[in-house]
Write a protein that binds this ligand. Structure first.
Ligand code: NDP
Length: 311
């Protein structure tokens, strides 16, 4: 089988991966970046990004990712299509691309990100694609629903935190929790229960996201005990039922927590394997912002450069 030697391999093409590439390329590390199946990552599914410093007018998510790619290319990053299907770090740092080609690397920067989970409803998908009211990120998109009524699904810490965030912007927030209890910590539960404009509906599931085909106008919900249907007006539908880090292929070798988030050495981007670094959402369930992912991408490239220099 064909094999290629690589000095610095970057896996993933979100803000973390491209920022790592910009730093690695400028440091003459000859980075090779594999884009994965969603080039540009999670930001390609959002509309306007208004909280990334340096864009006073805002920028669309897809546009920003094109600019990041161009910036990485300008300094000579070798950007490739392809999907890493298997790794073997037992001896050296070996990976397979599309199950055929083998890469043997001196350093690897994992920036494979995480994917927001969605309910999987047809109507949810439709309005996610039109950008007309479905979102998995309150901090990103809450602002667009100022003084409007919104619905948020989920009963974990994320849902509580995001409901509370939305309550400061929106006139009313309805939380849909599928069981009769929260999964969130006590303190987070109390925070939402004490907030006047948050209404919590337990034992409730989403049946359909409704609208005019472009914009969301209401949510059809069902009480799981009585079976009763109800339609509640809302222009925004937020999904906060968890994220899944895209780290499965690394699992036998790289240390992770029980959800699959990679564990980095505190204050650095080092993993338990020498020469393998992690940046972005693959190791972060707390902040999950483009700017924090970019920041850790920069750190990973600097850590990788120092590691190579020390060898
Ligand atoms: P969690 O997995 O903790 O919670 C997911 C929630 O979504 C649960 O209430 C779950 O319900 C619900 N859910 C899952 N699937 C569906 C579905 N198909 N339909 C309806 N509801 C569904 O995810 P989080 O993102 O909230 O948190 C992830 C981790 O990050 C946790 O460890 C959390 O503590 C941490 N975190 C901490 C924060 C903080 O402390 N400030 C802030 C945010 C996250 P059910 O309970 O019925 O399974």
């Amino acid at each position: 089988m064909m094999s290629e030697k690589i000095n610095c391999l970057i896996i993933g093409s979100g803000p973390a991966g491209y920022t790592a590439a910009i730093y690695a390329a400028r440091a003459n590390m000859k980075p090779v970046l594999y884009q994965g199946i969603q080039p540009g990552g999670q930001l390609t599914t959002t509309t306007d990004v208004e909280n990334f410093p340096g864009y006073p007018e805002g920028v669309s998510g897809p546009e920003m990712m094109i600019q990041l790619q161009k910036q990485a290319e300008r300094f000579g990053t070798d950007i490739r299509n392809g999907w890493i299907t298997k790794v073997d770090f037992s001896d050296d740092l070996k990976l397979w691309v599309n199950d055929e080609k083998i890469l043997v690397c001196d350093t690897i920067i994992i920036s494979t990100g995480a994917s927001a989970k969605y309910l999987g409803l047809e109507s949810e998908k439709k309005y996610l694609e039109t950008g007309g009211g479905v979102s998995a990120c309150a901090v990103c998109d809450g602002f667009f629903y100022k003084n409007q009524e919104v619905v948020i699904v989920g009963g974990g810490d994320s849902a509580c935190e995001e409901a509370h965030y939305l309550s400061k912007l929106c006139s009313k927030v309805t939380m849909l929790v599928r069981k009769d209890n929260f999964r969130a910590s006590k303190i987070m539960q109390e925070r939402v229960m004490k907030t006047k404009n948050i209404q919590i509906l337990f034992n409730t599931s989403t049946v359909e996201v409704k609208g005019d085909g472009q914009l969301v106008s209401s949510i059809l919900i069902k009480n799981n005990i009585s079976g009763k249907l109800e339609e509640i007006p809302a222009t925004g539908f937020f999904v906060a039922i968890g994220h899944k880090p895209n780290t499965d292929i690394f699992s036998p070798f790289i240390e992770m927590d029980e959800t699959g988030y990679i564990i980095n050495k505190p204050g650095s981007t080092k993993t338990n394997i020498e020469g393998v670094f992690v940046s972005g959402d693959a190791a972060d369930h707390t902040y999950r912002q483009a700017i924090t992912a970019a920041g850790t991408g920069c750190m990973a490239a600097l850590d990788a450069e120092r590691y190579l220099a020390s060898k």
